[in-house]
Design a protein around this ligand. Structure first.
Ligand code: FAD
Length: 435
């Protein structure tokens, strides 16, 4: 704090950022910077219709909900959010399961998580970006990363796992491919005996890879099915009825697939990390900085925790409490442990539970038995999944107790003062994420 006070004259100066990549990370980062009072240029080589066009759905955790509320986006997304209040973890080979419920969350909340489609998410982000006076949108522009005009105080590389900015800055990238692919499909599910399809999400550990069933609206669900690459290719080539038959053989007990909304797609899964997250004024953000296995639905939530950190630091800089030049090193310091812990835990889950190794079965049975018996362990596991490391640290009451971030102090208040934005007041229900 003391060190930052000497830079308090920075408030009088406009602060500028250039964000490269307008995927879910870059688009939200641009809004967060604008919210913090910065002037932002956001660039993507895709035009708006291509940015909207992906067929995928994201699992939204509590850490993402808090950020979306801080940025005044939650209410606009509510009609498209499908909440789930139960999460069932199953280990087929070990014949064990654990059920997580709302009681296992660190504080009162209306849902463990929400499923959100890519299109409504991007539509709202692009609408808000177009309406923001301090954001210059340059979509459908593929050119050099530099542009004429005043040099930005920060450059955010949000250009995805094959980041050109990362390569240009010669920042190293560690990567491991699992030899697995992930097949995603939106399917209609019917409810067999005793298996409710709405309000419950499943993560099933199977020898070929994890299988997640994430509830969408009116009996539809997003299936995220990890398996060997060749099997994934064969699955995506099947006719709709043959695919549904294959899916019926692997779904958790009681669930039956009835229909397919679109052609299933496969994408390769891997784990990747940039050990250095910044160089000079440039920061690696989202999948430009890290990638993980889709198990546990951590990917986008981890990207958005990067954005939450940038939001706080940008607000401090705008308020003159931090030099803009100090943001990259602060960001790297604050994000490193959460990234490492999340990447390692998803990797451990895949290695421990996705194999045909009989010697590991007793360990898996023990882990699941402990989770079943010990509510403190369930709460710890869920807090880690929902909030990441920041939620486990003492002093982060905003995360642990779900207080609305528009409360009188903290970065959101700073940013409100800095930007003078008119933001929606949260209804009482919003604070707990009630849709
Ligand atoms: C095929 C596929 C399917 C997936 N399905 C799911 C799913 O079902 N559920 C889920 O939770 N996650 C899914 N994921 C992961 C999820 O998409 C990522 O976590 C998320 O997209 C990360 O967002 P991002 O903005 O960091 O990166 P990206 O979404 O990759 O965005 C990067 C952006 O940068 C732009 N860009 C790149 N280079 C340049 C350049 N030189 N100049 C300008 N712009 C540039 C790109 O056009 C792109 O818009 C999937 C990933 C893939 C690849």
């Amino acid at each position: 704090m003391g060190r930052n006070r000497q830079h308090s004259t920075a408030t009088s100066r406009e602060l500028r950022a250039r964000v490269i990549g307008a995927g879910p990370t870059g688009a939200l980062a641009a809004l967060a910077l604008a919210d913090a009072g910065w002037i932002v240029e956001l660039r993507d080589r895709l035009d708006p219709s291509a940015l909207l066009a992906r067929e995928r759905a994201y699992a939204i955790s509590q850490s993402s909900r808090i950020l979306l509320q801080q940025l005044g986006l939650w209410a606009g997304l509510r009609p498209n959010l499908s909440p789930f209040q139960r999460l069932q973890l199953e280990d087929r080979a070990a014949a064990r399961h654990v059920l997580f419920g709302l009681d296992d969350l660190p504080a009162e909340a209306a849902a463990i998580g929400w499923i959100l489609g890519h299109r409504p998410l991007m539509a709202l982000l692009l609408e808000r970006l177009s309406a923001a006076a301090s954001v210059s949108l340059q979509l459908g522009v593929d050119g050099p990363f530099e542009s004429p005009g005043p040099a930005p105080d920060l450059v955010l590389a949000c250009d995805g796992p094959r980041s050109g900015l990362r390569r240009q800055a010669r920042l190293p990238w560690w990567e491991h491919r699992y030899g697995q692919s992930c097949v995603t499909a939106t399917v209609a599910l019917s409810q067999g005996h005793g298996a409710p399809t709405s309000g419950c999400a499943w993560e099933c550990f199977r020898p070929e890879g994890p299988l997640a069933v994430l509830p969408l609206e009116r009996g539809w669900a997003q299936v995220v099915w990890s398996c060997g690459k060749e099997r994934a290719e064969r699955l995506t080539d099947l006719s709709p009825s043959a695919f549904l038959d294959a899916l019926a053989a692997v779904l958790p007990g009681g669930l039956e697939p009835e229909g397919l909304r679109d052609q299933p797609r496969a994408f390769p899964v891997g784990i990747g990390l940039a050990p250095r997250l910044s160089r000079g004024r440039m920061l690696l953000v989202g999948e430009a900085a890290h990638r993980c296995h889709p198990v546990g639905g951590q990917g986008l939530n981890l990207c958005w925790r990067d954005v939450a950190t940038i939001h706080r630091l940008a607000a401090l800089a705008r308020a003159g409490r931090l030099r803009a030049a100090a943001i990259p090193s602060r960001y790297a310091l604050r994000r490193r442990l959460d990234l490492l812990l999340t990447l390692l835990s998803t990797d451990l889950l895949v290695r421990l539970f996705s194999n045909r190794q009989p010697l590991l079965l007793p360990l898996r049975r023990l882990a699941l038995a402990l989770l079943r018996q010990q509510s403190a362990l369930r709460r710890l596991a869920l807090a880690m999944m929902e909030l990441g490391l920041p939620g486990l640290l003492p002093g982060r009451r905003d995360l642990q107790h779900h207080a609305p971030a528009h409360a009188a102090s903290g970065p959101a208040a700073l940013s409100a003062a800095a930007s003078g934005h008119q933001r929606q007041r949260l209804a009482a229900g919003d604070a707990a994420g009630r849709p």
